[in-house]
Design a protein around this ligand. Sequence first.
Ligand code: AMP
Ligand code: MG
Length: 324
Amino acid sequence: MWADPRDKGGMPPILPLDDQSIAIAVDHIRAGRLVAFPTETVYGLGGDATNGEAVAAIFEAKGRPRFNPLIVHVPDMIAARGVGKFDKRAEELASRFWPGPLTLVVKRMVDSGVSELASAGLDTVAIRMPALRGARTFLAEVGRPLAAPSANRSGKVSPTTAQHVAQELGDAVALILDGGPCKVGVESTVLDMSGETPVLLRPGGVPLEELEEALGRKIEVAGADTAIASPGMLESHYAPALPLRMDAREAKAGEALLGFGPVSNATLNLSETGNLREAAANLFAMLRDLDSSDFTAIAVMPIPENGLGRAINDRLRRAAAPRG
Ligand code: AMP
Ligand code: MG
């Protein structure tokens, strides 16, 4: 047998999606731990979207090689408006298709408290209000937006039962809420409403035709038109404007030094203790801070190429690559 997450430790408890288990799940989320929960589409791997280290733990549990933006889940429209800016068209789509298998990408609210890591440093955010009642009860009880990608290891199929989740993630989650098999079974449709023209980023539970009918116009499909970036390109969009240099031991004249580990001369430090989760949580916010400073370039100290370090280095390499 090859590496099985269940060999690393115990299996997480699987509890029925009822008020009692939801109360336990809420405590885990507030303590920064991860909880898998059912929705009508697939099972989600949920963490407090306002807690950068909990969001980092999601990437770590999935073993994702890079930081792509996660869907932020909310129980109602009031919570949704606290996370993103809804213009008239987005409001109309939400009132027609939510709760349900539609994810809307809109501009981020500046003071939403949502970690920059959850939206991979972008100025937009993907939001969804799931239809499964128990999922919304959980979200309402948590009282904070939950970042939740599908609860599978990176590159594997999305889980549609609690047992699938246990096989995939083992005790990387504190608890699995069991709501039975998912009714829709495919991921949500992702529609980008943040620009002038609506763009379909991912087909899913809500058909394109229904969205076009609701908007009264054609929707462009990402990747189908050369004018529109593919979702993969959108994901990797954020990079600082200042030139960036990796594996730096010290700053040259004019450079800001972004540290990692116990160093005294860093301008900012991703993690003084060399903790990759903390570093991931700080990455986008610190790049942004340094980018808006008077320095002429950003020098980043070496980050180990293991675990979350891979995703951190992936993002730094893209930022360091020559731009045309
Ligand atoms: P998952 O969380 O695994 O269900 O995947 C979320 C999907 O939404 C991915 O395809 C992301 O690329 C897409 N997504 C999430 N946030 C954004 C955003 N701010 N801009 C563009 N695409 C996004
Ligand atoms: Mg997924």
